[in-house]
Design a protein around this ligand. Structure first.
Ligand code: MN
Length: 394
C-alpha cells in the first residue's frame, strides 16, 4: 500500500489578513510602532514556512494591506520581503480583499509598485484569474473590487465540468454566513466548495483560524486567520494553513503557528493572582490588558506597586510585559484601619488624612486620593531626608 505522502500532488501555503500598515493608536507610540512592525516581521516567517515545506504555491487571501493606499513605508516593506526570496518556480498569489480592494487608485494598480514585484508574484487583478498549478491542478481566484459588496465572489468560479478530474482550488475574500450574521460583506456560501466542485477553498477575512463549516473537513474551506494578531478578541489568530492534496483529491490541512505576539486580557482579583502574574515567564511577547480588581491593605498596596513596576518597567529597567495596558481603576486601598494608623501622626498630617478620606468618597477622586493616602503613610513610616535633618547630624 502506498503511503499518503507519495500521493501528494499539490502542496500549498494559505495565508490572509496581514493588514500591513495597521496602526495601534490606543497604545503608546513606542508600543504602537512595535506592533506595526510585527506585521512586517511575520511575513519572513510565513515565507520561510513555505520554503521549508517546499510548497508549490503561496495563496494570500486578501486584506494584505490595511488600506488600498498604504504608506510608502509598508509598500517597500512588502517589496523588500518578496525580493529577498530567491524563488523561481513557486508562485505567490496576492488577492485584493475588502480592506485593500482592486479600485483604480489601489496599490495593486500602482505601476511602480507592480514593477518592483519579483516575477514569481502574481496580483489577482482581473475579475476571475484562472491559472494552472503543477500536476494538472488549477487555481481560480476572485478579488474584491470594492470595500463592500453583496454578491458571493465564488459565484464567478465555473462549476466543475463533467469529466474534469483536476484538483481545483478557489481563492476569494469575504465572510461566510454560517455564524448567523446577516450583515455580511462579500457573503460566501458555506457550501461554495461543494457547489463549485473545489477541492480546497482558500478564504480570508476572519482573523482566527477555522474550518467553514467547523465540522466539514472535506472539501475544506479555511480561514487561516491573521498571522499576527491585531486585537484581544481574535480567537486562534497567529497561523497559516499548510495544505497537502493527494491524487484522490483529498486535502489535508495543518495549522502552523507563525505569529510572535499573543494578546491577552486578564483581571487580577487578589494579591496571590498578581504575584503569580509577576512570576510568569511568557510575558515578553504579550500584549496584556490587565485589569486590577482588588482591595488591599497599605502593606499590600506597596507590594502591588512594586510588582506593577516590574511588569511596566521604568526608564532604567526593562518591562516584563511586551505591551501593557493597565486599568487600575478598581484597585482600592482598604481604609478600615486608617484611624489607628493616623493616630500617631502630627496634627497637620492627620488633617491631610481627613481631607483625603473625604476626597476618596467621590468616585472620580477615589483612586487619586487613595494613592495620596498610601504615599502619606509610607512616607511617615520611612522618614526621608527632611525628617532626618530635624534631629540629625547637622
Ligand atoms: Mn476583510
Amino acid at each position: 500500500m502506498k503511503r499518503t505522502e507519495d500521493d501528494i500532488v499539490l502542496k500549498l501555503l494559505h495565508t490572509a489578513d496581514w493588514h500591513l500598515g495597521r496602526r495601534f493608536p490606543r497604545f503608546s507610540p513606542e508600543a504602537a510602532r512595535t506592533l506595526s512592525r510585527a506585521r512586517r516581521d511575520v511575513l519572513e516567517r510565513i515565507f520561510h514556512e513555505a520554503e521549508r515545506n517546499q510548497v508549490d504555491a503561496v495563496l494570500c487571501a486578501g486584506d494584505l494591506f490595511d488600506t488600498a493606499q498604504p504608506d510608502e513605508d509598508f509598500k517597500s516593506a512588502l517589496l523588500q520581503v518578496l525580493n529577498g526570496l530567491k524563488w523561481k518556480h513557486r508562485p505567490v498569489f496576492l488577492l485584493p480583499g475588502n480592506h485593500d480592494p482592486l479600485v483604480p487608485e489601489s496599490v495593486w494598480k500602482d505601476p511602480s509598485f507592480r514593477k518592483a514585484l519579483p516575477d514569481f508574484v502574481r496580483v489577482v487583478d482581473r475579475e476571475l484569474l484562472e491559472v494552472p498549478l503543477p500536476n494538472d491542478c488549477v487555481l481560480y481566484a476572485v478579488p474584491c473590487l470594492s470595500r463592500a459588496g453583496q454578491s458571493d465572489p465564488t459565484a464567478a468560479i465555473p462549476l466543475r465540468a463533467a469529466g474534469d478530474a483536476r484538483v481545483r482550488i478557489g481563492l476569494v475574500h469575504g465572510s461566510t454566513f454560517d455564524a448567523g450574521d446577516w450583515k455580511t460583506n462579500f457573503p460566501i456560501s458555506k457550501d461554495a466548495a461543494l457547489e463549485r466542485g473545489l477541492d480546497y477553498l482558500a478564504i480570508g477575512d476572519t482573523h482566527g483560524f477555522r474550518f467553514v463549516p467547523p465540522d466539514r473537513k472535506q472539501p475544506p474551506t479555511i480561514y487561516p486567520g491573521t498571522p499576527e494578531p491585531t486585537a484581544f478578541d481574535e480567537h486562534d489568530a497567529g497561523h497559516v494553513a499548510l495544505v497537502f492534496i493527494n491524487r484522490a483529491r483529498q486535502a489535508m490541512v495543518q495549522k502552523r503557528p507563525v505569529g510572535q505576539w499573543k494578546w491577552e486580557e486578564l483581571t487580577v482579583k487578589s494579591m496571590d493572582e498578581l504575584r503569580l502574574l509577576a512570576r510568569r515567564t511568557d510575558l515578553a511577547a504579550r500584549v496584556l490588558r490587565l485589569t486590577l480588581d482588588l482591595r488591599v491593605s497599605t502593606v499590600e498596596y506597596q507590594e502591588a506597586e512594586a510588582l506593577l513596576g516590574t511588569l511596566e518597567g521604568s526608564a532604567s529597567t526593562h518591562a516584563r510585559v511586551g505591551v501593557l495596558e493597565l486599568d487600575r481603576e478598581k484597585l482600592s486601598l482598604d481604609l478600615t484601619h486608617l484611624d489607628a494608623l493616623a493616630a500617631g501622626l502630627p496634627a497637620v498630617l492627620q488633617a491631610a488624612v481627613k481631607r483625603l478620606r473625604l476626597e476618596a468618597q467621590k468616585p472620580e477622586q477615589r483612586a487619586a486620593a487613595e494613592r495620596a493616602l498610601f504615599h502619606l503613610f509610607s512616607l511617615s513610616k520611612h522618614p526621608g531626608p527632611l525628617a532626618g535633618a530635624k534631629g540629625g547630624a547637622a
